[in-house]
Design a protein around this ligand. Structure first.
Ligand code: NAP
Length: 251
């Protein structure tokens, strides 16, 4: 297919939603760059799986909470593939369930550094490579927001919800800023998706506990989010920019 030479970078691409995007991207013909934070085994396993399926991929370690790491991730893409066509700002964290009146400054700074500052810095690097203003050939960015941006996540993690609200606003603003430069910027707002993120936030049984309260009576899968992301990256979405697509099962 026409995307055969295109390059897709996914932050936090080794597990969960990011890994589903990498798998589907490889199937769509992208060469895939799988960023991860620390779990090299999972990242290498995914790269091996993509290669075994006839795809082209490599893994690059880097914490999106560090500007130096972000620069190194994008330089690895430059060195290995020499182009960037599609970028998914997926890496993000939650934290332990807490009320705002219990949150420390250190928690808030980490949340905002990874989820907001990291995403904006990554988008900056993507735009520098994609925008015609910088000599690029255009491209597409998808930011991973959350239904929490709208719901607020009271009694769970209002800080996380606020970080995703920032991603929504950033998506609209950046989309308009680079719309005439060949770069489309959209976001997806997943609802409750069955991944390890809930265990990482200290709530391993969150999906089981909450699913009966969801409109579809089930959580979503990483694959269901990935197909929306791949659509927004594709030429089928060529007139779609600044859009925020709920993939939340009606939540
Ligand atoms: P996940 O299963 O916890 O996967 C986390 C991935 O991100 C792993 O590849 C991990 O690498 C990587 N990662 C974590 N911190 C990172 C950092 N600082 N720098 C670079 N990579 C980092 O997460 P997920 O559920 O797929 O979530 C992906 C995105 O969707 C997040 O932005 C999240 O907020 C959003 N989201 C998720 C849900 C949900 O219910 N799951 C709902 C709405 C929105 P290692 O393997 O090395 O740790």
């Amino acid at each position: 297919m026409s995307d055969v030479q295109k390059v897709l970078l996914v932050t936090g691409g080794s597990r969960g939603i990011g890994a589903a995007v990498c798998r589907l991207g490889a199937k769509a013909g992208y060469r895939v760059v799988v960023n991860y934070a620390s779990n090299q085994t999972a990242a290498n396993a995914l790269v091996g799986e993509i290669k075994a399926g006839g795809g082209n991929a490599f893994a690059v370690k880097g914490d999106v909470g560090s500007e130096a790491d972000i620069l190194a991730i994008f330089e690895a893409v430059d060195r290995t593939y020499g182009r960037l066509d599609a970028f998914v700002n997926n890496a993000g964290i939650v934290d332990a369930k807490a009320r705002v009146d219990e949150m420390s400054a250190a928690r808030l700074e980490r949340m905002m550094r990874i989820n907001v500052v990291g995403s904006i810095l990554c988008a900056r690097e993507a735009v520098k490579r994609m925008s015609t203003r910088h000599g690029g050939k255009g491209g597409a960015i998808v930011n991973i927001s959350s239904a929490a941006a709208v719901l607020g996540a009271p009694d769970n993690y209002v800080d996380y919800a606020a970080s995703k609200g920032a991603i929504d606003t950033f998506t609209v603003g950046l989309a308009r800023e680079v719309a005439a430069e060949g770069v489309r910027v959209n976001a997806v707002r997943p609802g409750i998706i069955d991944t390890d993120i809930h265990a990482s936030g200290g709530q391993p049984d969150r999906v089981a506990l909450i699913q009966d309260t969801l409109p579809m009576k089930r959580a979503g899968t990483a694959d269901e989010v990935a197909s929306a992301v791949l659509y927004l990256l594709s030429d089928a979405a060529s007139y779609t920019t600044g859009a925020i697509l709920n993939v939340s099962g009606g939540r």
